[in-house]
Design a protein around this ligand. Structure first.
Ligand SMILES: [Zn+2]
Length: 642
């Protein structure tokens, strides 16, 4: 998601404010970075490994072609007068866990909107098979729990029917409807089976600040009845339609996907682009100004898919819908993204329209093709989506735009951390909902900056190789953060635990200074002091510049104080040591460079001349005495010889 709820709007507002008030004075110098792993002087060698990574996915029984995945079949009708969707859902469920289950647990996310008159009401539940009976079902908080009379064994299956009515709240939100322009956004709207993981059924609540997509991949089929004049966007590919009276029935193709979302309005217009067998559709309001960018969104969607396909792998679904909506920011769903209608009118130097569209499309990779537990580990998908939205500019050759955005992200996080303190990335959504602030700045902004540091360290090719390996191994499954670390370590052949430990699990930023410079002959000794905390281990670029030469090396600093030395090739009197130059390094200082001048005390050439003259003068009496003695000795010899 890119900030859509109130919580996110606050963050979005803050970010925009920062963009307006924060002068672009920081030079993060990332465009000329030299910090790549294969240039490290004392880093481990860069070797490639091809072992597959042990995966935390608990679905060990799931077949490779997903034929045993859950299968949802919906017959639904949208009734605009009541803003409700009445549905019969048939779920074909096979127990793919290694254990028998006496209960099925479903999320009822619309219940989180009861304060806004949104809801989901379960009308009836039944099971086709005679083997199973429902002893009891109950709605608890935002969950539906169904108790079975006998446990369902591994590989055993059942068909369960749930009749329910979803009521949309009258709010401009990712889930809700508005009257003007009349439009309905039907998302997280049905009883969805919770993930059964190492902790049992996942009962995490819906979060307004984050996402609720910790689902297993499943087959989805939909037959939807809407008024005849409605245009409908859906996560699934459209198959066919028929009409009767004032309504029409839309049938969508059975698709293996993680969730389905629907947007419907009589006010939608469409613009369609085809690419690589996929249909990219922009749904936008019939409005002259909106039309201008609405009819471009499908083309932007295509360009984005081209960039991400090259970077990470194929976009697997046949359709992608980019839908204008009256809420703020944007919101991702599999095969469908919601983009704030406001952004279609937003012509600023920082192009939020493009940024949000490419951000939401990045989520198609994580957390949709690769699932994540975004309640417990929100620090996988959002840093990735922000990073992608900036990388997009770089990939299409607009590196200047990428640099400007990185500078803004960098400056805004330092400003935030300067006022509120740095926060580690590893918190779950219960932490963020409790503290009520900082989620956007830490998870989105710091998270993306941390990924960019990793990319600068590994180099773009190796960094993307790691994500491609992740895509190959986890597509369709769920990826946990331990898997994420394993992939980076395995594919890079480097031990990157130091990086993940300090940048994801620790709090604090480095503050680097150069102290105690001395010289012994041609060797310059100095100490790098880190005042930001003694746990940091960093590869640091060191530059020693004299009137005769420039020496650049990458050296590790470790802890609060590291002694280093560099050897000069040419004698000199003075020079400058600069660290972290051209290095993308998140640190407390607002200064763009950290440097210190030094002088070397040696005898100068004029001193040598003066001292030589004195030495010669001192020798004069000795020479005179020696000559005198020599002459006397010769005189004596001559007298004797006579
Ligand atoms: Zn997002």
């Amino acid at each position: 998601m890119r900030k859509i709820t109130n919580f996110k709007l606050v963050f979005l507002g803050s970010l925009l404010l920062l963009m307006l008030v924060l002068p672009v004075t920081l030079s993060t110098n990332r465009q000329t970075s030299t910090i790549v792993a294969d240039k490290m002087t004392d880093a481990p060698p860069l070797t490639r490994k091809s072992e597959t990574v042990d995966c935390n996915n608990t679905h060990s029984l799931l077949t490779e072609d997903f034929t045993t995945a859950p299968s949802y079949q919906f017959t639904s009708e949208l009734e605009p007068e009541t803003a409700t969707i009445s549905s019969e859902m048939q779920l074909n469920y096979t127990n793919m866990e290694n254990t028998s289950l006496t209960q099925l647990v479903f999320h009822l996310h619309p219940r989180a909107f009861r304060d806004y008159d949104g809801d989901i009401e379960i009308m009836a539940i039944s099971i086709e098979e005679e083997t199973f009976n429902i002893t009891e079902w109950r709605v608890m908080a935002d969950l539906l729990e169904v108790d079975l009379n006998v446990p369902i064994q591994p590989l055993e299956h059942m068909n369960i029917h749930i009749y329910f009515v979803t009521t949309l709240p009258n709010i401009a939100s990712r889930f809700g409807y508005v009257n003007d322009p009349e439009s309905y956004f039907i998302t997280n709207w049905y009883p969805v089976l919770a993930v059964y993981d190492v902790n049992g059924w996942d009962r995490s609540p819906y979060t307004f600040a984050g996402e609720s997509f910790y689902y297993d991949m499943a087959f989805y089929e939909l037959e939807l009845t809407v008024p005849k004049n409605f245009q409908v966007a859906c996560s699934l590919p459209f198959q066919q339609q028929s009409s009767s009276g004032t309504t029409k029935q839309l049938i969508y193709e059975k698709t293996l996907i993680r969730d389905i979302a629907i947007a419907a309005s009589p006010e939608f217009e469409t613009s369609i682009t085809k690419w690589n067998g996929k249909t990219i559709t922009s749904f936008f309001y019939k409005d002259q100004e909106l039309d201008f960018r609405g009819s471009q969104a499908d083309e932007l969607g295509k360009e984005t898919l081209i960039v991400y396909t090259e970077a990470f792998g194929e976009y697997v679904w046949d359709t992608l819908s980019i839908v204008s909506f009256p809420g703020g920011g944007g919101m991702e769903y599999p095969g469908l993204v919601l983009i704030s209608a406001e952004l279609y009118l937003n012509w600023t130097s920082i192009d939020r329209y493009t940024e949000v569209i490419v951000h939401e499309i990045a989520h198609q990779y994580i957390p949709f093709m690769l699932g994540t537990d975004s309640y417990h580990e929100p620090y996988i998908d959002e840093p990735f989506a922000v990073w992608c939205s900036i990388y997009y500019y770089e990939a299409i050759g607009q590196t200047e735009a990428a640099d400007i955005i990185w500078d803004l992200e960098y400056g805004s996080y330092l400003k935030y951390a300067g006022g509120n303190g740095d926060v580690s990335l590893d918190h779950d959504m219960s932490y963020w909902e409790a503290v009520g602030m900082g989620y956007g700045m830490v998870i989105y902004t710091k998270g993306a900056l941390v990924l960019e540091m990793l990319r600068q360290y590994l180099g773009i090719e190796l960094f993307l190789d790691c994500y491609r390996a992740m895509y190959d191994q986890f597509r369709g499954g769920n990826l946990y953060f331990t898997d994420f670390i394993n992939i980076f370590n395995t594919v890079s052949g480097l031990s990157l635990d130091w990086f993940f430990n300090q940048w994801f699990y620790q709090t604090g930023l480095p503050w680097i200074e150069i102290e105690s410079i001395t010289s012994t002959g041609s060797v310059v000794n100095f100490t790098i002091v880190n005042k930001g905390g003694d746990w940091f281990k960093l590869p640091l670029s060191i530059e020693l510049e004299t009137p005769y030469e420039t020496i650049t090396q990458i050296r590790w600093i470790n802890g609060s104080s590291t002694n280093l030395s560099l050897t000069l090739n040419h004698f000199t009197e003075n020079g400058t040591i600069t660290v972290a130059k051209n290095q993308f390094l998140l640190r407390k200082q607002y200064t763009s460079t950290i440097s210190a001048d030094f002088e070397i005390t040696i005898i100068t050439s004029s001193e040598i001349t003066n001292q030589s003259s004195l030495a010669i003068l001192a020798l004069v009496p000795i020479i005179i005495i020696s000559v005198y003695n020599y002459q006397r000795m010769n005189l004596k010899r001559r007298k004797k010889g006579k």
